[in-house]
Every structure is written in C-alpha cells, then in structure tokens.
Design a protein around this ligand. Structure first.
Ligand code: AMP
Ligand code: GLY
Length: 422
C-alpha cells in the first residue's frame, strides 16, 4: 500500500518504521530525521488540510494515517473522505472527544462511563463561587487543545481561583479557554488503554503507561511524555475486555447513536482508583510515546488493521501481539518542556540500533547532510523488547550510553512503578 503519515514525532517514526517493515511505501508530512529513513518526507504542515488532500490525491495514496490530534480536530478525515481517500481516524465530530473537554465529559455522562464529578463554566463569577463552595483539591481544565498545558491540579483554593482567572479572564489559552471544566481530584495510578475501533467494534491493545512528569519520581512539570512501557501490570491483559466494556464501547455506542460512527484509535487515559478505573481524558489517536513500545509488540501489520477498521471488517484480522514487554526512554533537550537548545549533533544512532530487540525512534530530529541534528524538545525514544519488564528496562538503559548528544537528559526510572507491582 501507499501510505501517508501525518506528523513529525516519535509516534510517526514508529508508524513509518512498522509500515516500512511490512513492505509498504511510506510518505510522511512533514516527518523528521527518522521518518526520512523509512520513506519520503513531504514539506507539508500537519494542519494544512487542503495541501494534504491534494498530495494524497496526486500520489494515489491508499491510506492516510494522521498521528497528532490537530489534523483530526480540523476534520482531515471528513476532507479525505470527500476526496474519496481512506483516512484512519475519527471525523471532526468524534475528534471533539479530545478537542473539547466539556464535550468529552458530556459524552462520558451520557454513556455512563466512570469519570470524576465535574461542572463546566464560562462565567468567571460562577466558577469562583463553585470553587469556594467545593474547596481544594480540584482539577481545572481549559476546554480546548492547549498543548498539554491546559490542566491545572490545584492543591489549594487560591491555586484553583488563580487558574480559572488565568483561563477565563486573562485568556492564557486564547479560545481554548472560553470554558473551563472543574472536576474532583482523583488518586491512583495512571494507565493508558488504546483500542482499534470500527463503528461499535473495539479491539483493545495491551495496556501502556506513560511518564508525563519531567523528572524522576514523577516530579517537575508535565511534558509530552518522558517514556512509556507495555504492558503495565496495573492493567493486565486479563482485564482488557472488561475495561473496554466500561470505558471504550459505551463511547462508541454513543457516537454511533449521534450519527457519527467512530473509526480510529480511541485512547482512554485512566486513573486506577480505589473505586475502580475512572477516565481522565480521551485521545483520538495513538499516544506518544506509548505508540513506540506498543508497535514494537504488535506483530500484525497495523496498516491491515487500520484498513479493516475503515472497511468494517475488523473481525477478519486477529491481532497478534508479542508476549515480551517493551519499554522506551525519551531523551530530551536540557530545559524541556521550557526553553531548550536545538541543532546539537546526534552520534551513536547506528551503534545503538543493532539488534531486533532495540529500536531508536526519532522525534525532534532533522537530517543535515550526513549528520542528524536535534530539532525539538523530545529527541529520541530508545525502545527495547525483553522477556519481561525488567529485561526491557535493562536493555533500554544499557543502550542509552551509546548515544551521544550534548545538552540532553533522560529520566532514570522509566518502568519502576510497573516493576514494583510485578
Ligand atoms: P488530561 O489532559 O485531562 O489527561 O490531564 C492531564 C493530566 O492531569 C493527567 O494525565 C493526570 O495526571 C492529571 N489529571 C487530570 N485530571 C485529573 C483528576 N481528576 N485527578 C487527578 N489528576 C488529574
Ligand atoms: N502520551 C500522552 C499523549 O500522547 O497524549
């Protein structure tokens, strides 16, 4: 097949790597240093929907695979469909599950999915009154896409009041903050459940756990993800169907009832609380970096599964998953997720990537002649397979010293939470 991947992160390199291995022709817009090894990079931005449609048409693309949420929330699936091109992802209506927190919470409520109790406000006065009545801790969320910065965990009433003022009055997130969701703070361990979805059918992938905090011990600011592993012992394979019935299939039913059957990956971000799993958020795409360990484990060609989702033929493709664990550690530029340097040379990629058990996925990288240089905050995700989580962790961390990039760092405790449980 001729495939067009949209995006430029580690997730997109993992998709390109897996598609290339399965013998497909891969284009990636705009791509990175990693996707350039697996196929052809095309200089079109991920939000330039008309140019992407034109390219897909000109190059007779069989399947478009958007990586990030932005093109999905902008309606790329609808636009491709109109042009007669298959696109693996939900339509613009369903993409609101990620694009609008209030939409997602409303769908959860209508579907009976367990989630934190919440209220939605556009009036600052009313939000302030509610906060004073509830007291802390509370979680304040800007309604729209805010590049991962729109969620504030307020431990005190003052922090909560400051957060709603920043969002609703000072418009810190622009239009994304015209409404806020205020919800109860939940305690527990977080885990991600991703499923291939086709209408009302869902086939879950094994669980994965992301590490969002910048520093060891889950401290420091929130990032796009510092590492991930699969499976996460907190959500074992034996629970996948039961939890999918609880948090994935009711949403698919609701979307179908609304006249918008869901196609694509549905990703439930869960908090495993004392009262059972609760949904923190939905994403309408693969997670980054969860995608990297998950695709190391997926033996079935993902393009076949995606095509089957679109053709409503998901039953016909049994998912084959390697029994091994996979774990990825992200190397980031110093300063990330704040200001960080770019343009550092990357050395040791070939030395690191020598066996089938290790793959170095590239994210913020760019080819410059014979060199690969850094071009973003999250640079590489060194991902390893092992017979269990411990071996995967050991392999990944033994590989990291082979890679030499100035002004970078990584967390040294990816997978520790899982090891404590296994
Ligand atoms: P979200 O974008 O909604 O997933 O929120 C980002 C992060 O904020 C999550 O991964 C959690 O770590 C945290 N979070 C969100 N909602 C809650 C909540 N109700 N209770 C505790 N932590 C939360
Ligand atoms: N790793 C979390 C996300 O992709 O949103």
């Amino acid at each position: 097949m001729r495939l067009l991947i949209i995006g430029s992160g580690g997730r997109e390199h993992a998709l390109a790597w897996r598609f290339h291995r399965a013998g497909h022709t891969v284009f990636c817009a705009p791509g990175n240093g990693g996707t350039a090894k697996e196929g052809v990079n095309i200089a079109i931005a991920d939000d330039d929907i008309p140019a992407l449609v034109q390219f897909a048409r000109d190059k007779s693309i069989d399947l478009v695979v958007p990586g990030p949420e932005l093109p999905l929330t902008l309606g790329i699936t609808d636009a491709m469909k109109e042009a007669g091109i298959r696109c693996f992802g939900p339509d613009r209506y369903c993409a609101q599950l990620e694009g609008s927190k209030s939409f997602a919470k409303d769908v959860m409520k209508r579907s009976g999915v367990p989630t934190a109790p919440f209220e939605v406000f556009s009036s600052l006065d009313q939000a302030e009154t509610f906060i004073r009545k509830q007291g802390a801790p509370l979680v304040i969320k800007a309604d729209g896409l805010a590049a991962g910065k729109g969620v504030i965990i307020a431990q005190s009433e003052k922090e909560a009041l400051d957060a709603v003022r920043m969002i609703l009055k000072e418009k810190a997130f622009g239009n994304a903050g015209s409404q806020v969701v205020i919800e109860r703070f939940l305690c527990g361990e977080e885990v991600s459940l991703l499923a291939f979805c086709s209408g009302e059918q869902a086939v879950p992938l094994p669980s994965a756990q992301d590490h969002k905090a910048a520093f060891d011990g889950d401290t420091g600011p929130n990032t796009g993800g510092m590492g991930a592993y699969s499976p996460a012992p907190v959500l074992p394979d034996t629970d996948l169907e039961r939890i999918s019935d609880l948090v994935i299939r009711p949403i698919l039913h609701c979307m179908a009832k609304d006249g918008h059957p869901y196609t694509g990956i549905l990703y439930a971000g869960l908090m495993m609380t004392e009262d059972g799993p609760m949904v923190l958020e939905y994403n309408v795409r693969f997670g980054d970096p969860e995608c990297q360990p998950l695709l190391m484990r997926l033996e079935t060609d993902p393009a076949e599964i995606m095509m089957a989702c679109i053709e409503h033929n998901l039953d016909a493709i049994p998912l084959s998953i390697r029994q091994e664990s996979a774990l990825g550690v992200v190397i980031v530029a110093d300063g990330y997720p704040g200001k960080y340097p770019k343009g550092m040379e990357i050395h040791g990629l070939e030395e690191a990537d020598t066996t089938d058990n290790i793959t170095v996925f590239q994210a913020g990288t760019v080819r410059d002649g014979n060199l690969t240089k850094t071009n973003g905050g999250r640079i590489l995700c060194v991902t390893a397979l092992g017979k269990d989580l411990e071996e995967a962790q050991k392999r990944a961390y033994n590989t990291l010293p082979l890679i030499d990039i100035k002004q970078t760092r990584y967390r040294t405790d990816i997978g520790q939470k899982g090891l404590r449980r296994s």
